[in-house]
Design a protein around this ligand. Structure first.
Ligand SMILES: NC(=O)C1=CN([C@@H]2O[C@H](COP(=O)(O)OP(=O)(O)OC[C@H]3O[C@@H](n4cnc5c(N)ncnc54)[C@H](O)[C@@H]3O)[C@@H](O)[C@H]2O)C=CC1
Ligand SMILES: CCCCCC(=O)/C=C/C=C\C/C=C\C/C=C\CCCC(=O)O
Length: 279
């Protein structure tokens, strides 16, 4: 009798010794992703505009994981020069960057230009810096770009229109690049993460500008939060699967982690992109 041999072997991206560049790593989700990647043997260079918190995080993580695997540089990623200088410093410190996580974000409806500069501008710039460095057809090693959006990237949100616009921009930019016909040559994957609300510095109601904090507190209380650890697992899911390109992964309390959209690249990396799931 024939054995069932329909076993699928999935080769996941090995993060060990990979160079990572991440923005907004001093606290919240960014810090959670840094810790996870360090625990898996990656080397991480993170930036943040919060210098004190960034330094403290660096000291703590160097003590735990080693002084030669985690590096912090202060940078405001809404400033193109600071952002580029930090990316270049990451490349010279780590040797190469193969994973880029554009995570830094703010919510401040009374400063919509800043919201767009950080949440959309820095994700676009960071992606282009990473693409240029990683692309195989220009001597790079390939890699993956993860852009942290939000559930607010997928729906209109009357509470925070500018924040919502900035997150929609991230989805549009990332999925458009994922369809680039040169994908097979440059070997860089593009993914978006869309989490529901989780506890972090951003949920500090004092920092939300002129938003109606009483209403927000009431909604958040009723709605609940996803755990940062669940959101970090979502990032790992996007990162690890070598077939993932153009993926939008939602992480919510009701549905857990699920793909809203995804395209696959054949194992040989030379076929056209095929949309396998849409919404
Ligand atoms: N907290 C939440 O419920 C959700 C957050 N997100 C997104 O997750 C990402 C991370 O946010 P959280 O961890 O929640 O916030 P957080 O406020 O805890 O951490 C964000 C970090 O980014 C840094 N940052 C802000 N502006 C910066 C700039 N111009 N340059 C460099 N660093 C800067 C902050 O100093 C902070 O350390 C953001 O993109 C946010 O929009 C998405 C969905 C839900
Ligand atoms: C806009 C909400 C969904 C995503 C959450 C997010 O990206 C960041 C949240 C940060 C702080 C919380 C402040 C405002 C959100 C308030 C209420 C959310 C619920 C509204 C809704 O889901 O429609």
């Amino acid at each position: 009798m024939l054995e069932d041999i329909n076993t699928v072997i999935v080769i996941v991206m090995d993060t060990r010794d990979k160079g990572v560049f991440l923005t907004g790593g001093a606290q919240g989700l960014g810090r959670g992703i840094v810790v996870k990647l360090l625990s898996l043997g990656a080397k991480v260079f993170f930036v943040d505009v919060d210098v004190e918190r960034g330094k403290a995080t660096q000291v703590e993580l160097q003590t735990q994981y080693g002084a030669d695997v985690v590096f912090f540089q202060p940078a405001d990623v809404s400033d193109g020069e600071q952002h580029k200088a930090a990316f270049d410093a990451a490349v010279s410190t780590l040797g190469a960057v193969e994973i880029c996580v554009n995570n830094a974000g703010i919510m401040a409806e009374d400063k919509w230009e800043k919201v767009l500069a950080v949440n959309a501008g820095s994700h676009i710039r960071g992606s282009l810096l990473a693409l240029e460095h990683m692309r195989r057809d220009r001597g790079g090693r390939g890699g993956v770009i993860i852009n942290v959006a939000s559930l607010a990237a997928l729906y209109p949100k009357s509470i925070c229109p500018s924040y919502t616009a900035s997150k929609h921009a991230v989805i549009g930019f990332t999925t458009s690049w994922a369809m680039n016909p040169d994908h097979k040559d440059h070997g860089v994957r593009w993914c978006c993460l869309c989490p529901a609300t989780f506890q972090s510095g951003m949920v500090d109601l004092k920092r939300l500008g002129d938003l109606d904090t009483d209403t927000i507190a009431e909604i958040l209380q009723k709605q609940g939060f996803v755990e940062i650890s669940q959101v970090v697992e979502g990032v790992m899911k996007l990162m690890r699967d070598p077939d993932n390109n153009g993926a939008i992964l939602e992480v919510s309390l009701e549905k857990g982690a699920r793909y809203r959209r995804r395209q696959v690249v054949d194992r040989d990396g030379v076929s056209d992109l095929v949309v396998v799931d849409t919404y």
